[in-house]
Write a protein that binds this ligand. Structure first.
Ligand SMILES: C[S@@+](CC[C@H](N)C(=O)[O-])C[C@H]1O[C@@H](n2cnc3c(N)ncnc32)[C@H](O)[C@@H]1O
Length: 265
């Protein structure tokens, strides 16, 4: 069976996949033994990882509500992950039922599961695409069916850029995407960091995985927002980005930064 040009049998159950490790850490069922073993090694190397992925997910929810509350009606979510309730379109449509969402991920298993979940949802598209080829994502016909690049778009790069190495030029990739967005668009971004603890053990878990883990400092993550204006409170540790209630974790406990920014021009 072919899914958007990729064969479903390319799903590799012999190596851990970031999407499936993440699903396991979130308590999901769409993972294999190799992913669970990697997730357990990750939790041993970075004990806060389980609350960290939940905190990242909570950040994403608050950020989606923020941008949709601000009037955006289109979301381009690159690095979607396996379906996890509530999904981005469900969160967005609680605020505004007419939000359109294009989901893009390079993992065939995400594509298969997301397509199964979203069959018949006309305002939602699922694309097998790679962030490392941002122009192809922007030009993808299914993305174009869902997203009108003449109207403001919220671009979600949530917990995905750390799977790109510096050699893959992530800043240039974000700039290409930014240049495709009209004024009034938003960037919602989160990223893992080693600023608060030595996380080399966590990075080592990904050496055999289908993508490596590239931790970045506050300054390096902030540079991804070039050409955007960060909204308050700027790039923050995810539990501290506009929390709904006082965060249950202490500063420095969770190695994830998150921020939301608007493209003014
Ligand atoms: C940690 S999950 C994050 C899921 C979701 N964005 C969230 O934060 O809850 C990272 C996702 O990024 C995807 N991913 C990794 N590298 C990618 C790339 N080069 N292009 C597209 N997706 C990628 C993985 O397959 C995985 O589904």
């Amino acid at each position: 069976m072919r899914q958007n040009g990729f064969r479903a049998e390319e799903i590799d159950t012999g190596r851990p996949h970031p999407a499936r490790i993440y699903d396991y850490l979130l308590g999901g069922k769409d993972n294999y033994e190799v992913d669970r073993a990697a997730g357990d090694r990750l939790a041993a190397a970075a004990p806060e990882v389980r609350i960290g992925v939940q905190a990242n997910r909570d950040f994403m929810r608050r950020a989606v509500r923020y941008v949709v509350g601000g009037g955006v009606r289109q979301i381009l979510d690159i690095g979607t992950g396996l379906p996890t309730s509530p999904n981005v379109h469900e969160i967005a449509r609680q605020v505004a039922p007419d939000v359109r969402v294009a989901y893009v991920d390079n993992d065939p298993i995400v594509n298969v599961h997301a397509n199964a979940l979203l069959t018949g949802a006309g305002a939602t598209g699922v694309v097998l695409g790679d962030l490392r080829d941002p122009q192809a994502v922007v030009d993808n016909p299914e993305v174009r069916r869902v997203i009108d690049f003449d109207q403001p778009v919220a671009l979600l790069l949530v917990a995905v850029l750390h799977f790109l190495t510096d050699a893959e030029k992530p800043e240039q990739i974000v700039a290409t995407l930014r240049d495709a967005l009209p004024a009034g668009s938003f960037l919602v971004l989160s990223h893992a960091t080693g600023d608060f603890a030595d996380r080399s053990g966590a990075q080592a878990v990904y050496t055999n995985a289908t993508a490596t883990l590239n931790l970045r400092s506050h300054g390096a993550v902030e540079r991804f927002f070039d050409g955007f204006e960060l909204v308050d409170p700027g790039l923050a540790q995810v539990p501290f980005w506009r929390p709904d209630a006082p965060p249950a974790t202490k500063p420095g406990e969770i190695g994830f930064y998150g921020g939301v920014a608007r493209k003014a021009r």
